[in-house]
Write a protein that binds this ligand. Sequence first.
Ligand SMILES: NC(=O)c1ccc[n+]([C@@H]2O[C@H](COP(=O)([O-])OP(=O)(O)OC[C@H]3O[C@@H](n4cnc5c(N)ncnc54)[C@H](OP(=O)(O)O)[C@@H]3O)[C@@H](O)[C@H]2O)c1
Length: 279
Amino acid sequence: MKLKIHVIGGYGKVGGALLRGLLINQAKLIDLSVSGPQTKELNKLREQYKVKVSTNNLEYALGADFIILAVKPDKVPKVLRELAGGLANKRTDKIILCTAAAVNLIELEKLLQDKAPVVRIMPNLGIAVGQGLIAWYGNGLNKANSQKVDRFLKQFGVAVKVGSDDDIERFTINTGTGLAIDASYLQARIDAGVYSGLSRKLSELAAVQTMQGLLALMREGLYPDFSTVINAVETPAGTTVEATLVLKERSFTATIIKAIDAGVQKIRAIHERVAQVWK
Ligand SMILES: NC(=O)c1ccc[n+]([C@@H]2O[C@H](COP(=O)([O-])OP(=O)(O)OC[C@H]3O[C@@H](n4cnc5c(N)ncnc54)[C@H](OP(=O)(O)O)[C@@H]3O)[C@@H](O)[C@H]2O)c1
């Protein structure tokens, strides 16, 4: 029997990435449906992916094995109350997965009135191509459901179970925001290549292929960690030590640490604000 999956907010950025990720290798094994407020956007998804669509969040959700909430945090209470109203009694045959940042698990459980197990998931956009990292956190799952969630999430790339809401927020910044930080670094490398005299096209090739080579070297286990790669390239008194000295002088590491920390502080502030609004 096909696994029934319903995505609420499926034409948003995360919802869209989830749909694509599900359909690239599971299309024949799943029964996928989507809901959201705009008929025009839903119809585009129906045409593109041949999925069932509805403007009514409950129409397909109530029959699904997994219900994924991919709406903004401020929309979560409304949608969860809708679900709680639609689900008859306590159900353990369906699992709700919520992508929202800055909303504690306990708040989700309260809103759902314990009608079904709920899990926080924190994906990044790499899920669209099966190369995502999803951190997940759920308290009230039995062993079978815990395994089911882990198996389900692994199809998007790598899934890791974490132990607290705080860990989920840390992942929000290190993987979600992290994608933008890594893209900013590569964009800067491309600009630097152009500054050195390469065409933009060749500079992009140099930056991207160098990064891919680095990751492959690590993946294949040729180097145990990043510092040994740096040591391998740094000839004494050579060009690389000259270049990496500038990174040290300009506090490259401290800049990245501060960037991640700024994101973490911000998400804590958003969390406080969301908690006030929900009171
Ligand atoms: N973006 C990321 O990289 C990222 C990463 C990890 C987690 N998240 C989390 O994922 C969630 C979605 O983020 P996003 O960036 O994908 O936001 P988004 O692009 O704004 O998508 C949200 C979607 O929810 C729909 N929606 C609004 N109200 C709804 C309702 N009552 N019922 C059903 N659907 C409704 C929206 O439709 P309309 O546009 O028609 O209102 C939109 O399609 C957020 O909670 C965010 O914290 C985001």
